[in-house]
Design a protein around this ligand. Sequence first.
Ligand code: SF4
Ligand code: SF4
Ligand code: SF4
Length: 1003
Amino acid sequence: MSDVMRPIPFAALMEWILDEHEKYGSIFGVRHSVKYDEKTALPIFGTDLEAPFGPAAGPNTQLAQNIIASYAAGARFFELKTVQIMDGEELAKCINKPCITAADECYNCEWSTELTVPQAFTEYVHAWVACKLLAKEFGLGDPDAFVFNMSVGYDLKGIKSEKIDTYIEGMKEARETAAFKESIEWALSNLHRFKNVDEAFVKGISSRISDSVTESTLHGCPPDEIERIAAYLMTEKGLNTFVKCNPTLLGYDYARKTLDSLGFDHVAFDDHHFKEDLQWADAIPMFKRLMETADKNGLTFGLKLTNTFPVDVKAGELPSEEMYMAGRSLFPLTIHLARLISDEFDGKLGISFSGGAVIQNIIDIYRTGIRPITMATNILKPGGYERLSQIGEAFKEEKPDSPEIIDLKRLHDLDDGVSGNPLYNKGSKPLPERHIDKELPLFSCFTAPCREGCPINQDIPAYLKAMEDGDAEKAFSIIIERNALPFITGTICPHHCGDKCMRNYYEESLHIRDTKLRAAEAAYDKVIAELKEKKTSAADAEATQTHRVAVVGGGPAGLSAAYFLTRAGIPVTIFEKEDSPGGIVRHAIPEFRIPAALIEKDTALCLSFGAELKTGTEITSVKELTDQGYTDIILCIGAHKPGNISLEYGNAEDAVEFLKKVRSAPDTVDPGKNVVVLGGGNTAMDTARAAKRLRGVEAVRLVYRRTKRYMPADEEELNAAVKDGVEFMELLAPIGVKNGVLTCSVMELGEADSSGRRSPVDTGRKTEIPADTVIAAVGETVDTSLYEALGVELDKKGRPVTGQDMQTSVKGVYAAGDGRRGPATVVEAIADAARAAKAIAGISLDKYTDENTTKEITPLIDKKGAICTDLAASPDKRCLGCPSICAVCADVCPNRANVCISLPDTGQIEILHVDGMCNECGNCEVFCPYNGAPYRDKFTLFNSREDFENSKNNGFAVLDKDSFMLRLDGRTETVDLKGAERISAKAAGIIKAVISDHSRLLY
Ligand code: SF4
Ligand code: SF4
Ligand code: SF4
């Protein structure tokens, strides 16, 4: 593993393109090539432009293959990665890796090309000629209707240096350069490889690679230096020129207020860049002067809005002190700056846009007259370059108009629409952890992250597919194989499966929970009628004869245990102390969240295999059960003991007791006009929302020590409480309640710790809140008396210690649900119950596991890169089928350094990492669903012995036709193919496949 990139020679580059296209119809992994047959954009710099968008200067325009992949996907304006005097190794030493993190808004800590300037030049020339050839050969469009735009920095001295000047002059006229000659010569001597490219075409390829430039300067660059550079580029170099502006032109207050109001309050920065960067008063007259200079020279002058936004590294996002923000949080700043400048210039100053452009807004940006539009963050996310295909198709479809000068009204409307648009709002809570808690395997890594995020490993891809196929009965059968409570979980499950869903990176998670409920509603009656005949997971015969199980507690865990065991043929009796089963779900969670009718349906399902239910029966000793002949006892006793709230004076009511009263007899509950709920979890939200619905209640206030962002409640519950009108009293710590008044300490958030979490600090001030009733929702605890009577070993929190099978320290006695974990979720209760049932009955719940994958991967591959802009229209069709074809690391790698290899014998797809194409940017690590980094952890192909020896990655380097250097499990040896097979069939399969089918990788 090394961050040194090995550029691909032109012949090998073309070999790669032609071979891959012939075999797979793709170009550097881009399967959906956009073909333009008419222009969808206005010309620029006197050159036709087929489409007005493309990759911004950055990771997606560094290597030839990056540019070619963008071209294939429909991009036609390319801002080449910035060159500056410091380059190659010298620059590499200053850039810490990884350097990109784009899980949501993007941050990076890289700047200009990591190649040497001559290498960068060669890459750009190779890309130029290759794009021309493939435009013609594959009919992608007019070979002369795309634009390469240089980006140079960072000061005039450097730009005038011989190194940069040679670059600029070469880009203006490349005919005599080695890179151009090499490319043209290769094409001329390989005409037989093409169907549509002939000698005349090759000889007619323009050697004027670029006649435009974007000036890039460092923060703090003095205004006269910025002006001198732009004037030089126009007058001395004759280049159409854009000046890249920083969002700091907006002023600190505007930037801070805007980001705070959109939920990006965690983005840390002070005002120093705002003071040191170009100021408005200097900028406007300068731009006017530069416009005049351009006019005099018959050139175009404009602004590139904007550069990325410098912010502080606060939570270890990247190995740097400062990083640069881009993506959706930059859009509000960039579009507002475009507005201010356009107002100032009556729309007559041209603007090139980069700052959070995506499929959902790019047509509107273009319609304002702003063009071209470039992007990086968008194409660093899953789908990668293929996201450009969707944009290209949208431009073809819509053929949007774009005014000659910027349309101020349209631009104002776009800017005004920012605050209400979820695209630019972060949401009320930090993003959940998206990675699954598993190491990335060296081989066979495709997985279903949703399933891994689900405590009962629901076969989510399988049931989503069944619903997509319109087969609700099959979907429901798949669901109830592992889930005893489909209606309850289909309604109130916190659905953490969705946190892991790869579709979050496109628009939002699949609606997995809702789909479950729809399947249950559609199929329940039919399926339950047939259930008794369908014992889906029968226990072994001996278990049914020898086991008789007592379940203590008829809540979610108890009902689930009874379901799994009776379905397997084991007799079960549930002992429930209340007069009806369902536990906290039936007796405390408000009816408006889970109607009784749905609980009834789940209860009936759980009892449908014959479990006996004894209500009103409290068990106080396990002996009475063993005396009755029960062989196994599962304790599902819940967590009902009120949690502690330490008020200095006065009392707070317990939230669960309050909720129980409200659920059973709401008309009898009279908490007064002003209710205060203490806490920030889901129970606090339920309590506040339930109180809000009570007659006579005027205000419900929720008091919490931190801010909403740090509340433990799920975002969905929190948002529901906000919607219901619950008032959030943030940063208050309760002291005591007296005479209808709750007194609180006023807190403030202190410095962030290493995780970015800011702790509350007492300000010493106090405040008072009217409080007729104070309710504490601070977490119930487990009543340990039954465990203690039994002699069950308890942990420090008073919870029973169990093995993976849920068995306590007392043989034959199991614990499950809240009574084992403390207050938790219904689905975790089902998970415990399933484990105990598996241990007792020896059952497997894997009947449908194989149905999570399919061999029909083409329809899944077709979904990559396509963002759904109408979620309501296709609720079931968005699943990407991750366990069948993940390959996200291949999608998101800007350099195409992760490739899919189909094994010759089995057809199975494996990921191969190509060391020479990787610069360790870290982007694949961000999006790989595992807790791992594909660029470190996947089987790797090395260009040379030297690269192999400089790395610790498992992988191989081809030495000659039959021998390889191979490293597996850290052991290095030189082997022939047979030797590889002896060590690992998978490794041998990949090596064989590379040699037989992917020899283009051996450049
Ligand atoms: S896209 Fe489908 S398979 Fe992938 S995580 Fe989401 S629901 Fe699961
Ligand atoms: S393989 Fe990963 S780390 Fe390497 S260049 Fe690609 S995305 Fe970046
Ligand atoms: S991102 Fe790549 S390495 Fe990670 S699971 Fe998917 S295919 Fe495997």
